[in-house]
Design a protein around this ligand. Structure first.
Ligand SMILES: NC(=O)c1ccc[n+]([C@@H]2O[C@H](COP(=O)([O-])OP(=O)(O)OC[C@H]3O[C@@H](n4cnc5c(N)ncnc54)[C@H](O)[C@@H]3O)[C@@H](O)[C@H]2O)c1
Length: 377
């Protein structure tokens, strides 16, 4: 793969990732694989720990990154703790989870156990490993008690969750707050401990390389690959859609601040799209079809389908104001770049993830996003 003039990429996020030891749990998954690609380009020494890739094809396998590839279950306490002790990470991004709503109805115990107890084992391993100084725990917009109202949820709104996935992530989020208060309180940082921990809540993430079952874009792409019609379940469901690189820029910015010891950043953060990215499923299909005209689907609303939220948006004022984090590919570009990735893959088996990362960074520089080092006017 062609690399982007190394130093430029390594200078992003104040250069804190260059030469740093970073652990990513869930690295074989959709978001984890993109995060490892970016960290690798930033010059970090990266290790991943996960179960095998949840899908075939697998973005992780397609990338073939030369990083430490640890396999196992985060609930296997002995195995995971040994892995952390051997690697001695400095920054940890925790993404490993069972992340599919429908699967959580099929396997509720597995979902709660992976997402809650799994997270606690990750935190405990970090507590026992002196090298760790920053932990970013990834949750979702679905942690909020959904009132189906038109306003975006703020970080201080009540947590809840109807389906087992949403509730398990809300539980994990509460456990994270408890862990921070109990073991790594920001007020005691530098006195009784040296770890800062934050939670990052993203919206509905799309982008190339996602092949998960029961997710809109992968379902559409699988159908396109095999010349079938995709079934759309909830055309009017409205979600905050964002390209995978958007929350990742937020996670990396947050990791940078925690690493630098900014105690006021050790809290929960929403990383969602601006209003352009909030739209219903039917609109998403139309936007993707602009770049993938072969995409065929039909609506089949099921009255007996398990409950899924109808309307969900995020208020990201906190990240805008305090972190100076803003989306780069909001709205149309998010869908166009997603379709472009799958078109390149479907047409010629090309994996354009690195090219897309480079164009994202260029666009972010042009837009003077703070993590690029550009000065805001
Ligand atoms: N994709 C989205 O739209 C979205 C939105 C908001 C938040 N999230 C969160 O982001 C994270 C990553 O999601 P994704 O979309 O990449 O999902 P994914 O299914 O593609 O990846 C999940 C990863 O977790 C690993 N994993 C699952 N259970 C494990 C266990 N018990 N032990 C070790 N590894 C385990 C899998 O092997 C895989 O590597 C999750 O925490 C998810 O809740 C995802």
């Amino acid at each position: 793969m062609e690399s982007m003039g190394g130093t430029q990429m390594k200078d992003l996020f104040q250069g804190v990732y260059a030469g740093r030891k970073v652990l990513v749990t869930g690295h074989t998954g959709f978001k984890g694989s993109w995060l490892c690609l970016w960290l690798q380009e930033l010059g970090a020494t990266v290790a991943g720990f996960s179960l095998d890739s949840p899908s075939e094809p697998s973005h992780w396998d397609l990338l073939g990154l030369p990083i430490v590839d640890g396999r196992g279950d985060i609930r296997d306490e002995t195995l995971f703790k040994k892995f952390v002790k051997d690697f001695q990470p400095e920054i940890v991004f925790h993404l490993a989870a069972q992340p599919i709503v429908r699967e959580s109805y099929r396997k509720p115990l597995e979902t709660f156990s992976s997402n809650v107890m799994g997270s606690l084992i990750v935190y405990d391993a970090c507590r026992e490993c002196d090298s760790v100084q920053a932990v970013v725990s990834i949750t979702t917009d679905k942690v909020y008690e959904n009132r189906e109202w038109c306003w975006g949820y703020r970080e201080n709104d009540p947590l809840g969750g109807h389906d087992p996935y949403s509730a398990s992530k809300a539980c994990a989020d509460i456990a994270t707050t408890s862990w921070r208060r109990s073991f790594w309180p920001p007020a005691e940082y530098g006195k009784t401990h040296h770890v800062l921990m934050a939670t990052a809540r993203a919206g509905n993430v799309i982008g190339g390389g996602d092949w998960a079952l029961d997710r809109l874009v992968p379902d559409l792409m699988r159908a396109t690959m095999t010349g079938r019609e995709a079934i759309i379940r909830n055309p009017r469901s409205t979600r905050p859609w964002e390209h995978v690189l958007e929350p990742l820029s937020g996670y990396l910015l947050l990791g940078e601040h925690l690493w630098e010891g900014h105690t006021d950043m050790a809290q929960a953060w929403n990383f969602g799209p601006a209003s352009e990215g909030v739209c219903d499923v039917g609109t998403v299909v139309e936007m993707l079809r602009e770049s993938l005209p072969g995409l065929q689907c039909r609506v089949e609303e099921q009255s007996s389908a398990p409950h899924e939220a109808g309307l969900l948006t995020l208020d990201c004022s906190l990240a805008h104001r305090e972190l100076q984090w803003f989306p780069v590919w909001d709205g149309k570009p998010c869908f166009a770049h997603t379709a472009e990735w799958y078109r390149a893959f479907l047409d010629g088996g090309r994996v354009i993830s690195l090219e897309q990362l480079q164009s994202y960074v260029k666009e972010a520089r042009r837009g003077q996003r703070i993590w690029t080092g550009s000065v805001l006017l």
